[in-house]
Write a protein that binds this ligand. Structure first.
Ligand code: NAD
Length: 345
């Protein structure tokens, strides 16, 4: 694309940050914003100096004619809005999870391919300096073949009531697995080199969430804990455990451990918050070493990266197929938990 792309953001919760990035990006113009919440819409338009405000995304696509649409809506709207935006001629950066299920994700991918448009899922954890550093190390071959991954996100009490839809299955597609697990599963699979998932064996529980929802006067019909074992076509195995509510030690624990033939690596949060660190461990010259990675690349922003993908043909950090494969894992775990047996993905 030669001229400066017009960017539109739909959904201004987390989308506010995407609007801020697009407004600052020197290679693109943030020209339109859309949200059904008129107050939120007006506040964002004022903050970012955007003149075109819409409460209806279809009207926005028709009138604003954006080149890039950032979809930051409740999960149930990811597929319909993405497909509509691509059909209207836009490239799309869509928030995670890609969709509610694999069928929808595949439709999004097929539409992008048919219309020759870029479609990237915001797997934002890949963009962190610590994750980028680990990926660079893996790509040198220093970790060897990764044959085992253990990926976790536990919250003692962390059901996101701020978005009223998160705990409603018809709007979210599921609970912590599709909300938080998607990040940790994607990060692990990416560091493993994106092998193809072949089977899943999962369990889900809702032992605490329902009671917490009753007290908070909220609807809750999803899991509060998901556990799984996923096998890949290269023989590797991934263990997954993810919760919004569990009686565990730390209020927020995120960690992905990848075990390779030459070394192990880890990406995890520090303390209880969103500060991260990366480690490599293994035996070198007869000494077993655990080493914190200090040489970190600068942080990247997914919106800036996607603008480069569209304007400069930069290779996307996350391909559309990665989005579909992660969706297959999420679907597989839910299906296995429902049926009570291991299933083929
Ligand atoms: N990548 C990340 O780290 C990350 C972080 C948070 C959220 N997310 C994802 O981003 C998406 C949005 O999450 P959120 O936390 O911002 O939710 P939210 O509920 O806070 O915000 C969603 C916004 O969409 C608006 N909206 C709803 N229906 C609409 C419609 N039909 N047309 C236009 N606007 C509409 C709502 O008014 C609201 O402002 C979710 O898919 C979530 O999983 C990703």
């Amino acid at each position: 694309m030669k001229s400066r792309p017009k960017v539109a953001v739909v959904g201004l919760g987390i989308g506010r940050g995407h609007a801020a990035a697009a407004a600052k990006n020197p290679k693109a113009d943030l020209t339109a914003l859309c949200d059904t919440d008129k107050q939120r819409l007006a506040a964002n338009c004022k903050e970012f100096g955007v003149k075109e405000a819409y409460t209806d995304y279809k009207k926005m696509l028709r009138q604003a004619k954006p080149d890039i649409v950032v979809v930051a809506l409740p999960n149930v709207l990811h597929a319909p809005v993405t497909v509509a935006a691509i059909n209207a001629g836009a490239h799309v950066l869509c928030e995670k999870p890609m969709a509610m299920n694999t069928q929808q994700a595949q439709k999004m991918a097929d539409t992008a391919r048919a219309k020759k448009k870029k479609l990237m899922i915001d797997f934002s954890y890949r963009f962190m300096p610590e994750a980028q550093a680990l990926k660079n190390i893996v790509d040198t071959g220093a970790v060897g073949d990764i044959y085992y991954a253990r990926t976790t996100w536990h919250r003692t009490r962390g059901i996101p009531w701020f978005g009223p839809w998160f705990s409603q299955k018809d709007k979210s597609g599921g609970g912590p697995l599709i909300d938080l697990g998607v990040h940790r599963i994607d990060l692990a699979m990416w560091l493993m080199g994106n092998p193809k998932p072949v089977t899943a064996s999962g369990s889900t529980y809702d032992m605490l969430g329902k009671e917490l929802a009753k007290k908070a006067n909220k609807k809750f019909d999803v899991e509060d804990l998901a556990l799984a074992m996923v096998r890949f076509d290269n023989g590797a195995t991934m263990l997954v455990d993810i919760s919004w509510a569990i009686n565990c030690e730390r209020s927020e624990e995120m960690a992905s451990y990848l075990y390779g033939t030459k070394a192990g690596i880890c990406h995890r949060n520090v303390g209880e918050g969103y500060k991260f660190e990366a480690y490599i461990f293994g035996e070198w010259d007869g000494t077993y070493v655990t080493s914190k990675i200090k040489n970190l690349p600068p942080a990247m922003n997914p919106v800036d990266h996607f603008i480069d993908v569209v304007t400069e043909g930069t290779k996307p950090i996350a391909t559309t197929q990665h989005g579909v494969d992660v969706m297959k894992v999420l679907d597989g775990i839910y299906k296995s938990a429902r049926l009570g047996k291991e299933i083929r993905i």
